[in-house]
Structure formats: structure tokens, C-alpha cells
Write a protein that binds this ligand. Structure first.
Ligand code: ACO
Length: 400
């Protein structure tokens, strides 16, 4: 017997819906762990490929395992030719997140494992998605600018190859490493909106690609992954602003949000933001650009203003400093959220596999919440249908 719990309009905050072994957040202390490992340790010492392996398989790879995994990802990087043919016909002003989302079912169409319900088949599909989403983002950036997509370079690491396919220039080691760290930091985050969307979709036994397409859609929103592009918009607007605290205060006064600040789980600074803040500082020193200074001014003004308003828990989240970091790396504003997606796909796929193959006692059920009906209701058995000829000119004459 299911006990009815009313949590309406809470966005399910504080509601536990499943078990997971993939990641853990301590929102009070500002801690994020992937499969038992703190993200700071992973960002310092590992690579995105290692982290993707860790998330998918549950343990860190040995040397042979990571070599094999990386080899498979490098070999899977190419896009089927029909995809680029199709992209060339798409409107050039299509948003990269829409292109990324639309490309997922296109990729599904030629995946030989699509209807293989085995765990290994799902891991192979995950690997192909991790390999190919960066290629989609890079191909779209080139095609919309009238350029030909570039073939992947198997000699390059995951992050370096993406930058090569995007810019047509081999990146220096430091730039590739910075991007790799960004990918590590964005790889997973428990039951956030997009991961929940993925898990909800595959709880119906839909395939992995259907789940990932839903995840990309959910990530695109400005309250979730889309916030990084909004942060950059805000920083660009503020470039010539002399009174940053005044701007922040006026914005809050109007009831608008400071993008990149606040979080549904963290009540202190997001640990990923701490790391990205340092990276923004190093990149600022290297490139001579002052975006980190401007971000720090907004952060300081925001913290003061939120404290004054009795909301000290509203602090920078991952998107606050990833935006200036990507900007200083030469990433266009509307490609910032796709970069989030090309990292998070590793977490989404791991959650999809967990959702599909959890052990019997932890097996989640088909998600099926309920809503309270507050619409029209005429009588005990509902409204009596009136054929068109008996209705007035407008239905509103009947329903008001
Ligand atoms: N600026 C202004 N006010 C804020 C902000 C903010 N950045 N964040 C929260 N608040 C206020 C809300 O207006 C609300 O005020 P009210 O109670 O007076 O109505 C209160 O704090 C609670 O906000 P909610 O959205 O109801 O709940 P939550 O704390 O869970 O919000 C959220 C989390 C949606 C991320 C919010 O902080 C926000 O909108 N931030 C800006 C967008 C953003 O950066 N999103 C990325 C999040 S990280 C990620 O998804 C990758």
C-alpha cells in the first residue's frame, strides 16, 4: 500500500526517491564525492577519462583498464556521415543546446546496441555518447560558421581533441588540462534536475539515448546548466559598470536573480566553484583579462546583499566561475552549457545504468507521482459532454 505524501510545489526538495552509489553531496559542509572520492582529489590528480570510468564502473581503473577505455573512446569519436549532412541543412541560428539534444536520437539510430538490454551494451552506448557529444558540439560550431567539421585526432586526449575540433588549432597542454579539470568537476551531481529527468525517462524502460536527450533538455534551462551562459551575459553587461554593488542591489530589488548564485542543496559555497575560482584567477593572470576581478566583485556584492536580506546561504555555485573560465578559454557563450553536457553525460549514463540494473532490493520503480486536480470539475462524474452544435459560439460561454 503506497502512503500518500503531499509535497506539492516543493520541487521535491528533501524527498528521497532512490538509492544511489554514484555520488554524494554534503550541502552544509560543501562536500561533493564521486564513488567515494572527493572531487578536489580527482580534479588535482585524475583525468576526465578516469572519472568517467569511475562513475560508470564504480572503481578507479588500473593502467590496462584505462588504456583500453581511452582507446575505445578515441575510436568512437567519429560522427556518422548522415549527421553532418543533416546539420548542414539546419538553421544556422539554431541554439547549440537544441542541436545537441536533437543529435542524440540521430546518434541512437545507428547504435548497434540500441535494443540490447544487457548491462555491457549500455556501458558501450555510454562510451559512444561520451565520445561523440563533444564532436557534435564542435561540428555545429564549425558548420554554423560556414566551416567544415574537422575529423577527430586520435593522438589527442579527450579535452584536447574537443578544443582541436572546435577551434581547428591544437591547444597547448595547459589549456587542455584546464578543460579536462572542468569536465571532471561537472561530471556528476546526484539527483539534480537533469539526472532525475534521465532516470525518470529510463524508468519506463526507454533506452539510454531517450534518457540522455531528456537530460540535455533539462540541463538547458537557466536555473540549471543554462546558468553559466547567463552568468557570462551578466558579466558582459557589467564590463563597463562602475557601481557593481549598486547594480546587484537594484537587480535584487526588482526581484531578479543573480545567476550563478544559490543552490538547492549547498548551503555554503559549492566546492566546484571554489576550484573554478582559483582556475579563473590563474587564467586571468595568464591571459591578462580581468574577468576574475569582475566576478569577484559580483560575488562580494551578492554575498553582502544576501546576508543583509537574511539569506547567507546563497553563495556561488558551479556556474558562477565556470563562465569566466570558459570565456577566457575562447568558448562562445552559447557553447558553455553544451560543455557542461559533454561532461555530465558521463554521470547521466552512470545513473541510467544504475536505474536499469540496480540490485533487486534497491531497484527503483517506474516514477509516477500524482498531482492534485484543481481544474474544472462539473459534478461527481465530471462534465457532461455537449456536441459542438449544442455549444455557444465560444466554449468560455459554458465554462466561464
Ligand atoms: N538570486 C536572487 N534570489 C535568489 C537566488 C539568486 N541567485 N537564489 C535563490 N534566491 C531566492 C529566491 O528568490 C527565493 O526567494 P523567496 O523565498 O523570497 O521567494 C529563495 O531564494 C529560494 O529560492 P528557490 O528557487 O525557491 O529555491 P532554491 O534555494 O532551491 O534555489 C536555485 C536554487 C534555483 C539554483 C536558485 O538559487 C537560483 O535560481 N539561482 C540562480 C540560477 C543558477 O545559478 N542556477 C544554477 C544552479 S547550479 C546547477 O544547476 C548546475
Amino acid at each position: 500500500m503506497v502512503q500518500v505524501v503531499n509535497v506539492k510545489n516543493t520541487g521535491l526538495r528533501g524527498v528521497t526517491v532512490a538509492d544511489t552509489k554514484i555520488s554524494f553531496i554534503d550541502g552544509e559542509k560543501g562536500v561533493l564525492i564521486y564513488r567515494g572520492y572527493r572531487i578536489e582529489e580527482l580534479a588535482e590528480h585524475s583525468t576526465f577519462m578516469e572519472v568517467a570510468y569511475l562513475l560508470l564502473h564504480g572503481s578507479l581503473p588500473g593502467r590496462k583498464e584505462i588504456e583500453e577505455f581511452e582507446k575505445q573512446v578515441r575510436e568512437a569519436r567519429g560522427l556518422p556521415e548522415y549527421m553532418c549532412e543533416s546539420f548542414r541543412k539546419w538553421p544556422k541560428d539554431a541554439k547549440p543546446m537544441d542541436v545537441l539534444q536533437a543529435s542524440v536520437p540521430l546518434l541512437a539510430m545507428s547504435d548497434p546496441d540500441l535494443f540490447n538490454e544487457g548491462r555491457d551494451a549500455n556501458v558501450r552506448m555510454a562510451l559512444r555518447l561520451i565520445a561523440r557529444l563533444p564532436a557534435v558540439a564542435a561540428a555545429w560550431q564549425r558548420i554554423r560558421n560556414g566551416l567544415e567539421p574537422l575529423p577527430p585526432d586520435r593522438a589527442l586526449s579527450h579535452a584536447a581533441n574537443f578544443l582541436w575540433q572546435l577551434h581547428g588549432k591544437k591547444p597547448d597542454e595547459e589549456a587542455a588540462r584546464y578543460l579536462d579539470i572542468c569536465l571532471i568537476l561537472h561530471a556528476d551531481h546526484t539527483f539534480n534536475a537533469s539526472t532525475f529527468a534521465c532516470r525518470e525517462v529510463v524508468s519506463t524502460r526507454a533506452h539510454m539515448y531517450a534518457g540522455v536527450a531528456a537530460g540535455i533538455g533539462a540541463l538547458s534551462g537557466s536555473l540549471h546548466g543554462g546558468a553559466n551562459a547567463e552568468v557570462m551575459k551578466m558579466l558582459l553587461e557589467l564590463e563597463a559598470e562602475k557601481d557593481v554593488p549598486g547594480w546587484v542591489s537594484a537587480r535584487l530589488e526588482k526581484g531578479e536573480r543573480i545567476m550563478g548564485m544559490g543552490h538547492a542543496v549547498y548551503k555554503t559555497m559549492d566546492p566546484r566553484a571554489k576550484y573554478l575560482k582559483q582556475m579563473a584567477k590563474r587564467l586571468g593572470e595568464k591571459t591578462g583579462k580581468k574577468w576574475q576581478d569582475l566576478s569577484s566583485q559580483v560575488e562580494k556584492a551578492g554575498l553582502e546583499e544576501f546576508r543583509r536580506r537574511g539569506k547567507p546561504e546563497i553563495q556561488p555555485n558551479v556556474d558562477f566561475y565556470s563562465a569566466p573560465v570558459y570565456h577566457m578559454m575562447g568558448i562562445p557563450r552559447d557553447l558553455m552549457t553544451p560543455i557542461f553536457a559533454i561532461s555530465r553525460v558521463s554521470g547521466w549514463c552512470s545513473h541510467i545504468i544504475e536505474e536499469k540494473f540496480a540490485e533487486a532490493q534497491e531497484k527503483p520503480a517506474l516514477y509516477r507521482p500524482q498531482a492534485e486536480y484543481v481544474g474544472n470539475y462539473c459534478g461527481l462524474m465530471g462534465c457532461e459532454y455537449e456536441p459542438m452544435q449544442q455549444r455557444g459560439q465560444q466554449a468560455s460561454e459554458i465554462f466561464g
